[in-house]
Design a protein around this ligand. Structure first.
Ligand SMILES: Nc1nc2c(ncn2[C@@H]2O[C@H](COP(=O)(O)OP(=O)(O)OP(=O)(O)O)[C@@H](O)[C@H]2O)c(=O)[nH]1
Ligand SMILES: [Mg+2]
Length: 438
């Protein structure tokens, strides 16, 4: 990876906005900007209001100057706030690259994640901390933000260190047994000892896995699931709560064939609203609903509905404009009535608040790569453990080389998270998931 060039990219999200952010990092960042601005000086940490002079016009620009080493990348870094027109932002980037070339300086557009890569390369961030930047950006709830912040502070690497130590010890003992088995003072690892040590590694891994939160795989928002018989009015209610015609509602029973979810705010509570096929639709409800057990089910249907919903479901009586309801223990709604929708949303918000499980405050966000790697380490270690299960505890390990090979892979995998042994392909995978400008 080229670390010499000065890199430049748009760091604000795509699309028009009031302000756009352009980030420059590298040893020549100041020189490049000075060719395009009058009266700019980045010798010290400061904020400057200048005019950026392009070929046809000049634009007001606020420059945040962060001289090395006190910047995100630890290099000279400049952040320019300019009007957030995407064409203008691209034009400025092109002008900066051209200005650098005219001066004979290595200046180019940044690759995805390159600013964070440089922060990691210069020791500003651990590898897991760098990976957590992506989780921080992607976090969609307060819990995910907290989990990402823990990861950003290196919590996953920290909690894996004892596991890495234990794994390295077992591996060393196994390999010593292989290499020096004919020497008298070398104690060959017994099956019982190996099994106990592997169990220690596995419980350490279990504890790490329990504390993690896959921000890419798991949405921590509560799900509000509309269930009930076919033709109950679920899809109509789904659209009414969202305030848009998102799914098809029709008098023909069995219209909805798939589970569909959409973000929906109930009061101040962000949730996922889920529309489902009618209970008798033939869709495998067991498979669909197994993972939704902990969510809030709204059991929908007109007053005449005889089927009972699952335990803990809230009973929502639909179509009360045509089938009135007098039961005081249910929530009566007409999906075409805005007041009823507001009332239902408030009831749902209260219920979500009451059911809210303990926040994920102690949890740590992991990327999908880290989650897959952790599971693979677990499989490798438990694979070795089951390999030796059939042997007596005082026996020697019968295929030590194979066991050692598996544990070596597991140890490398742990290193690819803690950052001790980050091979190039791991680095590529970590930083390729970022967007340009981060
Ligand atoms: N009058 C009245 N009709 C409603 C109301 N809600 C739904 N309907 C009608 O009931 C019919 C069925 O509505 P859907 O929302 O498709 O019912 P569903 O539960 O999604 O049905 P499936 O997808 O088949 O399981 C449609 O013709 C809707 O217009 C309501 O509050 N009042
Ligand atoms: Mg439907």
């Amino acid at each position: 990876m080229d670390l010499e060039s000065t890199i430049v990219a748009v760091s604000s999200p795509p699309g028009p906005s009031a302000l756009g952010l352009i980030r420059l990092s590298g040893q020549d960042a100041g020189l490049v900007l000075e060719t395009l601005c009058e009266d700019v000086s980045i010798r010290q940490r400061c904020i400057q209001h200048v005019r950026l002079v392009l070929a046809e016009y000049s634009i007001p620009t606020t420059v945040l100057c962060m001289p090395r080493p006190h910047s995100y990348t630890t290099e000279d870094t400049l952040e320019l706030q300019v009007p957030g027109n995407p064409l203008l932002l691209e034009h400025i980037i092109d002008s900066m690259v051209d200005a650098g070339k005219r001066l004979g300086l290595a200046t180019r557009r940044a690759y995805p994640g390159e600013f964070t890569f440089r922060a990691w390369h210069h020791g500003r961030l651990s590898l897991d901390g760098a990976e957590a930047v992506a989780s921080l950006i992607a976090a969609e709830s307060a819990e995910e933000l907290v989990a990402a912040r823990h990861a950003f502070e290196g919590a996953i690497g920290q909690s894996l260190l004892p596991v890495a130590d234990q794994l390295a010890d077992v591996l060393a003992l196994l390999e010593t047994g292989i290499d020096f088995s004919d020497e008298e003072d070398v104690v060959i690892l017994s099956v019982g000892d190996l099994s106990t040590r592997l169990l220690g590694v596995l419980s350490g891994l279990d504890a790490v896995l329990d504390s993690t939160h896959g921000s890419e795989a798991i949405d921590s928002r509560p799900r509000v699931v509309l269930r009930g018989p076919a033709n109950a009015g679920k899809s109509t209610l789904f659209n009414a709560l969202l305030g848009q015609d998102r799914v098809i509602a029709h008098e023909l029973p069995g219209t909805t064939r798939d589970v569909i979810s959409e973000s929906c705010a109930f009061g101040g509570c962000d949730a996922l609203l889920v529309d489902t096929p009618g209970d008798e639709s033939g869709v495998d409800a067991g498979a669909v609903f197994a993972e939704l057990e902990s969510d809030l089910v709204l059991w929908c249907g007109p007053a005449s509905t005889e089927q009972a919903g699952p335990p803990n479901a809230l009973r929502v009586v639909t179509k009360i404009d045509v089938c009135p309801c007098t039961d005081a223990h249910v929530i009566p709604v007409c999906s075409f009535n805005a007041t009823d929708m507001t009332m239902l949303a408030n009831v749902v918000a209260d219920e979500l608040q009451a059911r809210r499980s303990s926040p994920a405050s102690g949890r740590v966000a992991v990327s999908q790569r880290q989650a897959v790697t952790l599971r693979r380490v677990h499989d490798l270690v438990s694979g070795v453990r089951s390999e030796i299960q059939h042997l007596g505890p005082t026996q020697g390990v019968d295929r030590p080389a194979e066991c050692a090979a598996s544990l070596r892979i597991a140890l490398n995998d742990v290193g690819s998270i803690t950052g001790d042994i980050p091979p190039d392909d791991v680095l590529g995978r970590v930083f390729a998931g970022f967007c340009i400008g981060k």
